[in-house]
Structures are given as structure tokens and as C-alpha cells.
Design a protein around this ligand. Structure first.
Ligand code: HMG
Ligand code: MG
Length: 298
């Protein structure tokens, strides 16, 4: 039995845009967030408080957070890699912060410039300080099935990072296929590893679509009862430290699949497609969503 309801977090403004070479003005990002909340998204990953030398596109994090007219019932999350990021994020009053680690040592070094063990040490005070202010803390485990530098990643590595995150008080665990190499059974194994330390209600999937596997991987995790997923409007995105990896699964495609299965998302697909078209027009390309393309040319 599949879950009756699914919660989708749109990570387009963050994961989607972090990788864009051309500057995207803060007002475009803000408008995108407004269109996503209008479409019924209940959580939006807005931006990252990371080093602007590492990810220049997210340098306007404070400005973007300040420009959003918040809608009641919607949660606004931001990435923070360390205490500096958390302190920079505090005035923006995020509902949720995301610490991001990895199941592969090589990716941890390239993405956040430290080992897995060091990352946990860095996250511990971040988790404590965020929770002391009543901010919910999510953890992302990157390269949960495969790493661009190290190849295949074993479920045991995912289990270890999930355990370490749990030990320092991270409340939610996001299992991420950063480079979209996973296939359904492998992704299920990674999810099951995380489920040894996190309850079904505290776990989510984050699947990039490089090999066209993100929808089947989502379906495979629905089979396990996982009911929370990240997705990116218009299929935007990629990670600057995972060359060649494409965006997340397009939110439109996930919504189309779920609604077709009678699973409730609370999202208005037509409005979501408008949001995807808005940002894709700005970037000068077509939405990387098959459902959006089909519906727009109908
Ligand atoms: P570092 O160089 O080791 O850090 O970078 P540091 O503490 O030595 O500081 C170096 C400089 O950065 C200093 O400035 C700090 O002040 C500054 P300087 O003295 O040279 O002028 N700095 C900061 N500035 C702003 N905000 C901060 C911050 N921290 C330090 N928070 C660091 C370590 C983690 C900062 C760096 O590696 C970094 O910013 N990495 C971010 C990488 C990133 O954003 N990757 C993409 C997001 S993760 C992702 O996409 C995966 C995900 O989608 C899931 C999936 O698909 O797998 C979540
Ligand atoms: Mg990602």
C-alpha cells in the first residue's frame, strides 16, 4: 500500500539555482518562491548560507529570505554548513535548517572541505544552537548510493552517517542520490539503512534525475512507506561539486505521477507548471519536466 498523502519540498530555488552560471537576481528567486507557495507547496528550500566563494549564486541568501512574503502554513528552509552559516541565517528566521553531510569521504572533502567525522563535529553545535531557538534541523546525506569521485557507496556508509546525525540531534534524515545513479533496489537499500536510525515519518528522499531513474526510485521508496520527497520545479539544478549531474526530479513529474495514483499532495499542477515556466523562461530554456512539456504543448 502506498501512502495516501505525500509531502513535497521544492528545492528549486536552492538546489536548482545554486548551479546556474548566469546571475539570477534576487527578485526572480523571490517571485519563484511566491509562485511555488501559490501552487500549494508546503515547504520550500529557499537558499543556502554557504561561502559565496564556493557558491556565488547563493550570495544573496539574506536578501532573498527578506523579500519573501510568507504564507501561513508554509515552511521555509535553508542550508547551513557550519556555525557561521547558522548565525548568518538566524535574522532570516528560517523554519528549518539543513546540515549536509555525505556517505562518501571523497564527496565530503570536495563539497564541504572536511571529512565525514569532522563534518559531524561541525554540525553538532549547529544542531544544538538551532534547536535551542526552536528551529527544526534536517540532515542531508549526499552520495547515498554513488559518488562522482569514489564510485558505488554501500548502505553501511549511509547507516553510519544516519546514526551519527541521530546522535547529535538531527531531527530528520534526507537520503540523497546526488548524481542520480541509483536504481530502485539500491535506493531502497540506502533508505532502509537510514530507517535503522530514523522513523518513517522523519525520513525523505532526494533524487537527482541524471539517468532518468528518479521517478522509479520515488515509486520504490513509496513502496517502503516513505512519504516525503524533495523535488525541483522544472527539474532545475545540480550540485557544483558533482560535475555532469543534472537537476532533481521535476516536481511537476512527481505531482503528475502521484495524482495519477490517487495520492494527495495539496499541489495545483497547473500553477506549478506556471512557476516552472516562469523560471525556465528567465533562464532561456524549456522546463526539464516531461509532464510540463506535454501539458504546455497540448
Ligand atoms: P572552508 O574554506 O573549509 O571554510 O569551507 P573555512 O571555515 O576555512 O572558511 C573559509 C572562508 O569562508 C572564510 O572567509 C570564512 O569566513 C568563509 P575568508 O576569511 O577566506 O574571507 N565562510 C563562510 N562564508 C559565508 N557563509 C558561511 C561560511 N563558512 C565559512 N557559512 C564551507 C567550508 C563549508 C564553508 C565551504 O566548503 C562551503 O561553503 N561549501 C558549500 C558547498 C555547497 O553549498 N554545496 C552545495 C550544497 S549541498 C548539495 O547540493 C547536496 C544536496 O542537494 C543533497 C544532494 O543532492 O546530495 C543538499
Ligand atoms: Mg541535491
Amino acid at each position: 500500500r502506498y501512502p495516501a498523502k505525500v509531502k513535497l519540498v521544492d528545492v528549486g530555488p536552492r538546489d536548482g539555482l545554486q548551479n546556474e552560471k548566469q546571475p539570477v537576481p534576487a527578485e526572480v528567486k523571490i517571485q519563484l518562491v511566491h509562485m511555488l507557495q501559490d501552487a500549494g507547496l508546503k515547504e520550500i528550500e529557499v537558499t543556502s548560507f554557504v561561502s559565496p566563494k564556493w557558491v556565488p549564486q547563493m550570495a544573496d541568501a539574506t536578501e532573498v529570505m527578506a523579500g519573501i512574503q510568507r504564507k501561513p502554513g508554509v515552511r521555509y528552509s535553508v542550508l547551513v554548513p557550519n556555525m557561521k552559516g547558522l548565525e548568518a541565517a538566524f535574522p532570516s528566521k528560517p523554519d528549518e535548517v539543513v546540515v549536509f553531510g555525505a556517505a562518501s569521504e571523497a564527496f565530503s572533502q570536495r563539497n564541504i572541505n572536511c571529512s565525514i567525522a569532522e563534518s559531524i563535529e561541525r554540525f553538532a553545535p549547529v544542531v544544538e544552537a538551532a534547536r535551542a531557538k526552536g528551529i527544526y534541523v534536517r540532515g542531508a546525506i549526499s552520495t547515498a548510493v554513488g559518488c562522482p569521485y569514489q564510485g558505488e557507496v554501500k548502505p553501511e556508509s549511509v547507516e553510519l552517517v544516519a546514526r551519527l546525525m541521530k546522535e547529535i540531534g538531527v531531527q530528520h534524515c534526507g537520503v540523497a542520490d546526488t548524481i542520480g545513479v541509483g536504481t530502485p533496489r539500491k535506493v531502497q537499500a540506502a533508505m532502509e539503512a537510514a530507517l535503522k536510525h530514523y522513523a518513517l515519518d522523519d525520513i525523505s528522499g532526494h533524487f537527482h534525475d541524471t539517468y532518468g531513474q528518479a521517478l522509479p526510485n520515488t515509486l520504490a521508496c513509496l513502496e517502503l512507506g516513505v512519504w516525503q520527497y524533495d523535488a525541483s520545479v522544472a527539474g532545475l539544478g545540480g550540485c557544483p561539486y558533482a560535475k555532469g549531474a543534472t537537476g532533481n526530479v521535476a516536481t511537476e513529474d512527481v505531482v503528475y505521477m502521484l495524482h495519477g495514483m490517487g495520492i494527495d499532495t495539496g499541489i495545483d499542477l497547473d500553477k506549478l507548471i506556471d512557476a516552472g515556466k516562469y523560471v525556465s523562461d528567465f533562464l532561456g530554456r524549456k522546463p526539464v519536466s516531461r509532464a510540463a512539456q506535454a501539458i504546455l504543448t497540448r
